[in-house]
Design a binder for this molecule. Sequence first.
Ligand code: NAP
Length: 260
Amino acid sequence: MTQKVFLVIGAGAGIGGQTAARFAQGGYHAVLARRSDEQGLHRLVGAIEEAGGTASGTLLDAAADGTIEDLVERTERDIGPIEMVLYNLGAQIGTRGLANTPHRTFELGWRLGCFGLFRLAHALTPHMVARGSGTILVTSATAAVRGNAGQHGHAAAMGGRRMLCQTLNAEFAPQGVHVAHVVVDGSVDAPDTLGKLLGDRFDDYKAMKGEDGVIDPAALAETYWHLAHQPRNCWTHEVDVRPFSDVPWWNDNPDPKIAT
Ligand SMILES: NC(=O)c1ccc[n+]([C@@H]2O[C@H](COP(=O)([O-])OP(=O)(O)OC[C@H]3O[C@@H](n4cnc5c(N)ncnc54)[C@H](OP(=O)(O)O)[C@@H]3O)[C@@H](O)[C@H]2O)c1
């Protein structure tokens, strides 16, 4: 089988899975990779197939040496050219003070947030450059552009990821490879990440945020689709998204005494 492939590294039911579904709907074979939840993986692949698309899935630990590289080579050899990829892993280490950030935690955040993208680029760009085209989409977070209390590992990993995207873009855009860094500056309706973190409080949290107060990952998938299909005379390198009711990271909450 040879089909143009959209690969997602970090495909849960949120951004990763919804973007895979969007690209499958658009004619790509979606390859979904996640760490541990085999049933969840089958549900996502099955939903894509039921909707008329094609998809396959694999479990891997992206933090482990060789896994990303092996996935890229297997996909290129057995399924088809990876025309587009979404690197969707967060740093996965949460908010913690310095004393609660041991070396191994900082390193794991860096492995997932930054080094994994570097490894992906190493494995995939030779294929894309040989074809003269390709798109590397990277989901990111507010921590990529702003450090904050308890964000030592998270902000270092995501800030590094942002700089890596700029550097990859500088080298590979002239060779036809588009790198787009997406700053997700708000909460996502993502049951496998934020949902698991909040547990029983997830529904209350979404109710507290109100209608359209959290990002719908299916809506965000449309942004990815647009980015990935921009003509090369009009490429976006970085974009940010948030719900309408959130204060962007660069603004402060308005002072009620000044607001009229
Ligand atoms: N959720 C939010 O509120 C939010 C806010 C801002 C930015 N973001 C960004 O959005 C991205 C994540 O999207 P999402 O939250 O919607 O999640 P998602 O796409 O629903 O799921 C991400 C998946 O990544 C997988 N994963 C975690 N560690 C892995 C590893 N070592 N190897 C392979 N797969 C691994 C997990 O798989 P398993 O479940 O199988 O372990 C998880 O299901 C991250 O880049 C994050 O920084 C999210």
